[in-house]
Design a protein. Structure first.
Length: 168
């Protein structure tokens, strides 16, 4: 009886994740607000901006958009994998991927997104070389390469574990 009660409590504890998913939903509004601020700033400054500054501005917006997309992926796949299934109902615009990303797919998408975000930051740094020291630039490259290597190792380990499961 104690074991059954403990298992019931542990199983119900997954609902404690819901406030985290709600907080992530709120963070989308934060990103939207910052994106709006950026757009207003760029529209006002556009006539005086150089081509490189415009490219940096667009990269900043891509960065915010990509981060928001990543948050949506984490919200939906995390909720669906750890809390409860989401029923799409008759929604015609329901993205197909939402019910198909398992925890392994989530990890890979998360790390590959971090690699892309890091790549965008590195590109922004490369376009703004005059503002950075050699040391800062080296750290940008090192951090990016660590993310790339981590992504490759994670993908490789998932491939190996998938092959091991298939052989059993």
């Amino acid at each position: 009886m104690f074991k059954r009660a403990l298992e019931t409590i542990l199983f119900a504890s997954r609902w404690l994740l819901v406030p985290f998913y709600l907080a992530l939903t709120a963070s989308l509004f934060f990103l939207l607000f910052k994106g709006g601020q950026e757009v207003i700033h760029y529209v006002v400054a556009l006539p005086q901006m150089t081509e490189t500054e415009v490219i940096l501005a667009v990269l900043s917006l891509i960065d915010l958009t990509f981060t928001g997309s990543l948050v949506v992926i984490v919200i939906f796949s995390g909720y669906e994998n750890f809390v409860a299934p989401i029923k799409a109902g008759d929604a015609v615009d329901w993205p197909e991927w939402m019910s198909k990303i398992d925890f392994t797919g989530l990890k890979l998408k998360l790390l590959s997104s971090i690699v892309v975000l890091s790549g965008i930051q590195l590109l922004k740094a490369m376009l703004n070389l005059r503002a950075l020291s050699d040391r800062e630039l080296i750290w940008y490259v090192v951090v990016h390469m660590v993310f790339v290597l981590s992504g490759l190792l994670l993908a490789w380990s998932d491939k190996l574990s998938g092959e091991a499961k298939a052989n059993h």
